[in-house]
Design a binder for this molecule. Structure first.
Ligand code: S3P
Length: 190
């Protein structure tokens, strides 16, 4: 009982497609992804982990050695490989949906859920991380807020809908996600 289904009394998932989680670094994509995986026996992939495996290198080393555009090409290739996945939670790197082709490819098999949080919450979660090259030397709330603002339009345009995560437990966030996805299935059926 890895996910504690009995205690949590989570709704059944009526949804067969993938769930792609997008949003800023530190917003909780991995935590939510692991919970959905365990609770609903879904498969799980992280685009960052796919890149680390295919390049056999840490993300920060890829940025350092080859630069961001190279990383973004790896990311696009990783997302392309996911077209045939079903019932999979796809945890996307925070910059993945800045490329339109990635959004188009994700949309082919997934509902896209944007996780959101206040810049202060993000900073608290990432402040000790040295594995996020985008934030190297910029670990402050102003920089995070500014980058988040620059990305906002793309995030919102990509998402089927958004969940705010501030002050919520992972169980609550996942329940909200599943209720919403079930609602979408029911809408389609009627
Ligand atoms: C990035 C987010 C990271 C990772 C890379 C770039 C970004 O993933 O893909 O460091 O541009 O926002 P997480 O969102 O999982 O930290």
């Amino acid at each position: 009982n890895r996910g504690g289904k009995e205690q949590q009394n989570m709704p059944e998932l009526l949804f067969q497609d993938n769930i792609a989680l997008i949003g800023f670094m530190g917003v909780g994509k991995s935590t939510v992804s692991h919970y959905l995986r365990d609770q609903y026996s879904m498969d799980e992939v992280e685009t960052d982990a796919m890149i680390v495996e295919s390049e056999n290198m840490a993300i920060r080393d890829i940025f350092e050695k080859y630069g961001e555009p190279y990383f973004r090409d790896c990311e696009a290739r990783a997302i392309l490989k996911l077209l045939d996945c079903r019932r999979t939670v796809i945890s996307c790197g925070g910059g993945a949906v800045m490329r339109r082709e990635n959004v188009e490819n994700l949309k082919k098999s997934s509902r896209i859920v944007l996780l959101a949080a206040e810049p202060e919450t993000i900073l608290n979660r990432v402040r000790h991380s040295d594995s996020r090259p985008i934030l190297n030397g910029h670990m402050n709330v102003e920089y995070i807020a500014e980058l988040m603002e620059k990305r906002r339009t793309a995030y919102e345009a990509a998402a089927d809908w958004m969940v705010s995560t501030d002050g919520k437990r992972v169980e609550e966030i996942c329940e909200e996600i599943v209720q919403k996805l079930n609602g979408m299935v029911r809408e389609k059926e009627t």
